[in-house]
Design a protein around this ligand. Structure first.
Ligand SMILES: Nc1nc2c(ncn2[C@@H]2O[C@H](COP(=O)(O)OP(=O)(O)OP(=O)(O)O)[C@@H](O)[C@H]2O)c(=O)[nH]1
Ligand SMILES: [Mg+2]
Ligand SMILES: [Zn+2]
Length: 307
């Protein structure tokens, strides 16, 4: 029987079949793990084949995993040589950022957007906690909105108190499987509680550090009543890029990708190369300087030149 993974705690999985029945499932001892370099063989969103365990009605064994249509990975926080699959089979990602309490840096956002580009999963940028933005945060919001809209991304402003804004979020989620991603404390679970009328655990951001308290501990998927699903994830502190090379990086910046052919050298990395179209675009202002700085910062952290 086929089922979808809704939650993974590492040893147990909650899976749901096409009729909506849920099962507690575990991996068969002989489950094939070869070829997998990830710390988790099964992730939320995976389509698996299960068998009911003898004498039970809702305990199952996972015997096989279907090929993933796509997935998002990050470098395991415990071991930089290992990948952790955050979720799979996604239609889009909601990058939830805040400009206050806590503040998301543009560097963090650009890393995540790069990951979305690498895995061909369209991102939508949501600036949450609109209700507490002062003039200075609104100014910053307007400039970031310009930058990201110019790149081609959808940018939304949101507060869980604001019905119209929540309605707009609800609309972009309709009939899609969406990953919610962002730092701890930005309000991922709060938005899900409002959208789905649930009472999942949330916590105030620490007064002392201005950071979230890592309230959500496992990724979990929730069905939307009118079609589609949301995957809540634990907030993450940093995002290191897995599986890319210096040469490839500019392909994951859409505004750079569009003009790469105009660089003199086809292996141009756009930092000290001669006759570089990207650097020219930055000078002329058609590529944002902030985005270019993010590019250079990420470039610096990638170890491999080429594969
Ligand atoms: N002012 C304001 N506060 C919000 C908003 N959304 C969430 N919060 C608050 O932000 C805090 C953190 O919210 P959570 O939903 O727990 O954050 P999270 O992103 O799920 O955090 P982790 O599970 O730790 O990753 C809570 O105190 C929420 O009430 C918003 O739109 N405006
Ligand atoms: Mg949460
Ligand atoms: Zn160049």
């Amino acid at each position: 029987m086929q089922a979808t993974v809704y939650k993974s705690t590492g040893s147990w999985y909650i899976v749901k079949d096409k009729d909506g029945y849920t099962y507690k499932a575990r991996l068969r001892g002989s489950f094939k793990k070869e070829g997998l370099t990830s710390t988790n063989p099964i992730a939320v969103g995976d389509i698996v084949r299960i068998e009911l365990e003898d004498g039970t009605e809702n305990t199952a064994t996972i015997i096989e995993i279907e090929d993933r249509h796509n997935y998002i990975t990050r470098i395991s926080p415990h071991n930089k040589n290992q990948r952790h699959i955050v979720a799979s089979n996604l239609d889009q990602c909601l990058l939830i950022a805040t400009l206050r309490n806590p503040k998301t840096s543009m560097g963090f956002m650009d890393r995540f957007l790069t990951v979305c580009e690498m895995y061909h999963i369209p991102p939508i940028i949501v600036f949450n906690k609109h209700d507490i933005y002062r003039d200075k945060e609104m100014e910053l919001y307007n400039s970031l909105k310009d930058i990201y809209e110019n790149v081609g991304y959808k940018v939304m402003l949101c507060s869980f108190h604001n019905t119209a804004e929540m309605q707009a979020i609800d609309e972009v989620l309709h009939n899609k499987k969406t990953l919610f991603f962002g730092h701890s404390g930005v309000g991922k679970t709060t938005l899900i509680n409002v959208l789905l009328d649930m009472e999942l655990k949330t916590s105030d951001v620490s007064d002392w550090s201005g950071k979230g308290l890592h309230t959500t501990t496992f990724a979990e998927m929730y069905d939307l009543p009118n079609g589609g699903a949301i995957i809540d994830t634990p907030g993450i502190r940093e995002l290191a890029l897995a599986d890319t090379t210096k040469k490839e990086l500019s392909h994951y910046f859409p505004e750079m990708r569009a003009i790469l052919n105009n660089c003199k050298f086809n292996d141009c990395m756009h930092f000290n190369d001669i006759d570089c179209a990207v650097k020219r675009a930055v000078e002329e202002g058609t590529i944002s300087e902030e985005r270019f700085i993010s590019y250079l910062n990420i470039l610096d952290t990638i170890e491999k030149e080429t594969y």
